[in-house]
Design a protein around this ligand. Structure first.
Ligand SMILES: NC(=O)c1ccc[n+]([C@@H]2O[C@H](COP(=O)([O-])OP(=O)(O)OC[C@H]3O[C@@H](n4cnc5c(N)ncnc54)[C@H](O)[C@@H]3O)[C@@H](O)[C@H]2O)c1
Length: 313
């Protein structure tokens, strides 16, 4: 049972709405919330097996989201086209952006106080090896680093965050979780295949749902840790400032799935030295993630417990 009630828990509206509840991440989040004793409604295009209150429907339909938020005290907006391979750019941009707009709007209309938005580290602009990619100005990439989306998926997450921030300026509490590539059990074959020949891996060699991701630095996060981050985002007190209760966090495992230490690998790929803002981080853990995880630890209480590095070693 729940040891601590989430912020704004309302016994008259006891449910949490999870959009994308039938997806890979959504199902981990649903199971985490059920373990904590919460009642969950899942909205997705299809229904999965978890024993929750299911609603099937499309996030691009505002009325569908209006029905889904009834009786809920919070929204975890996870549904999306989840990467640049999930359709053409028009669909990814439209579905993810309109879906986010509808989730925030329906939440605000229903008097919900908090929406947690599943964002992506792709907002920083250094996640997809193909095509244009802008290297970071420094490492670890922190919340002050500029956002530089270069593809429709990353742009949809920047726009989703911007929409969330604009609702926050009107009073809605919004937390954006910028997760890196999620190392689901379903992705293990791909992660192993990439580790065998990292320079020539072109993706989907082992029947996984998508290519092993994480950008050139092979960042990753375990879905159990990420699901816990959603729970922590429900519990967190007062995100952002009173004038704009919006806060974003980068989330990753402590280490990458790359064969080389992080700074060395980045310098080799870029062919130049990089500005390392926190050398101690990479001295203590040469394989530490590209991202600064301190705000997630200090503000959200998030400490990653799992790493899938054993898959490649
Ligand atoms: N998988 C990763 O490595 C990764 C990394 C960063 C961020 N994310 C984000 O995590 C979230 C979950 O992704 P996932 O890995 O579980 O992928 P997934 O494809 O398994 O889950 C996405 C879910 O959203 C649902 N969905 C898609 N379009 C919808 C629509 N129009 N209406 C209703 N439901 C719709 C799908 O049916 C699916 O169940 C997404 O927001 C994705 O952008 C994923």
């Amino acid at each position: 049972m729940t040891t601590k009630q989430p912020a704004h828990f309302d016994p008259d509206k006891p449910r949490v709405l999870v959009t994308g509840a039938a997806g890979l991440l959504g199902r981990h989040v649903v199971r985490e919330l059920l373990r904590k004793g919460l009642q969950v409604r899942g909205l997705d295009l299809r229904q999965a097996e978890e024993p929750i209150d299911w609603q099937t429907g499309d996030i691009t339909d505002l009325d569908c989201l209006r029905r889904a938020v009834e009786g809920c005290f919070a929204v975890l907006h996870i549904a999306a086209r989840p990467n640049i391979w999930a359709g053409d750019g028009d669909d990814i941009l439209r579905i993810n952006t309109i879906g986010a707009w509808n989730a925030f709007r329906a939440g605000e209309e229903a008097g919900i106080r908090r929406v947690v938005f599943c964002s992506s580290d792709s907002v920083a602009g250094y996640t997809v090896r193909e095509g244009a990619m802008v290297p970071p100005d420094y490492v670890p990439v922190d919340l002050a680093h500029p956002l530089r989306a270069t593809d429709p998926y990353a742009l949809s997450k920047v726009l989703g965050e911007d929409i969330g921030r604009s609702f926050a300026l009107r009073g809605l509490e919004v937390i954006a979780l910028r997760t890196v590539f999620v190392a689901y059990p379903e992705m293990e074959g791909e992660i192993r295949a990439r580790a065998q020949d990292p320079e020539h891996y072109t993706g989907r060699k082992a029947g996984g749902p998508s290519s092993a991701g994480g950008g050139p630095l092979f960042n990753h996060i375990d879905p159990r840790d990420l699901a816990r981050a959603f729970w922590l985002a429900l519990q967190m007190q007062a995100p952002g400032t009173p004038a704009c209760p919006f806060e974003a966090f980068y989330l990753a495992a402590r280490d990458t799935l790359a064969p080389e230490p992080t700074v060395q690998r980045l310098e080799r790929i870029l062919g130049r030295s990089v500005d390392v803002k926190n050398p101690e981080l990479y001295r203590q853990n040469p394989y530490a993630s590209l991202y600064d995880l301190r705000p997630a630890q200090e503000r959200l209480g998030f400490i990653p417990e799992f790493s899938q590095r054993s898959l490649i070693e």
